[in-house]
Design a binder for this molecule. Sequence first.
Ligand code: HEC
Ligand code: HEC
Length: 276
Amino acid sequence: MRALTTYAGATLPALLVLGFFVWFANWIPQTRWDPPKVRQIDAGATPGELAVMGQAIVRERGCMSCHTIEPGGGIKGQGRGPNLDALAVRRANGVAGGPETLVGYLTQALYAPGAYLVEGFSNIMPSSVKAPAKLNRAEVSAVVAYLESLGGTPSVTLASLPAPPDAGAAPVAAPPEAVPNDPEAMLDAFDCLGCHSLEAGEVLVGPPFQASLLVAAAAKAGADPVAYVMQAIVDPRAFEDAEFPAETMPDDYGERLNAAQLYAITEYLITQEGGQ
Ligand code: HEC
Ligand code: HEC
């Protein structure tokens, strides 16, 4: 993550810069959050057609803010969620104690991610049919077809997609922390306001929250404002700041905030102007 700072300095040899861009392309730009586009998915779409749409949906709905697709990267990869490369091979027989087919498992994993936690990961993935991704059933079938294509051949259709797992039977995960939906209340509940003031110019422990300052800082780092702020929250050590020591900010917000909370806070921070 420190690479971003180095990049701003632009002192790296060309090869390292190239390597960085490959990493960067796999990580930052896809964290952009665009409001969900409604897709017309034909009920008769073939598995191959669904997979193409599924790939676009996965990129548009924020999945890649946590997941990576890194050939040879192992299940852990560089993301906050499992590396999805060769997922179809890894999950060809589903999961022990749960669905025993790839399609059954993927459907389960999208509707109720916490039911069979992937070992070594925490329960931070929001259900794909809830905010922020809010997939409808046709979109779930497209995403399942795309995930099947990661190491296998898409086979699912809208008609053959398994029924949503019974919420009563599957232990659906509780949200990481029960806090209000309102961004300002969230900032308070997660103690952000102990260190960051909403009053323009008021310095507590860290820089005040001012959209114009954040947008300028993002530009300086050569990053998209949404990506910059999300990364500053989940990985505060990524950006060095001469004025404020990065070590002061807790580095566990990636585990404490779910994706919906992270997006809501980020959108709020880059659009509001402190104290106005
Ligand atoms: C906030 C981070 C986050 C977001 C956003 C997210 N995931 Fe996940 N995902 C995880 C984590 C962490 C796991 C592993 C823990 C678990 O099983 O829930 C996981 C597990 C999975 C698995 C099971 C992988 C395996 O190896 O068995 C699939 C499939 C998956 N996610 C797909 C998606 C899709 C598709 C989206 C977008 C609609 C998405 N995820 C959004 C964090 C996330
Ligand atoms: C204990 C103090 C502390 C807490 C709590 C804290 N931060 Fe920070 N934060 C800092 C400091 C110090 C910096 C400046 C150093 C740096 O950039 O890493 C910072 C930097 C940031 C930045 C980058 C600002 C910029 O101009 O580049 C963002 C965005 C941010 N914090 C958001 C949050 C959010 C959201 C929360 C709550 C979920 C939070 N912080 C909680 C101390 C804190």
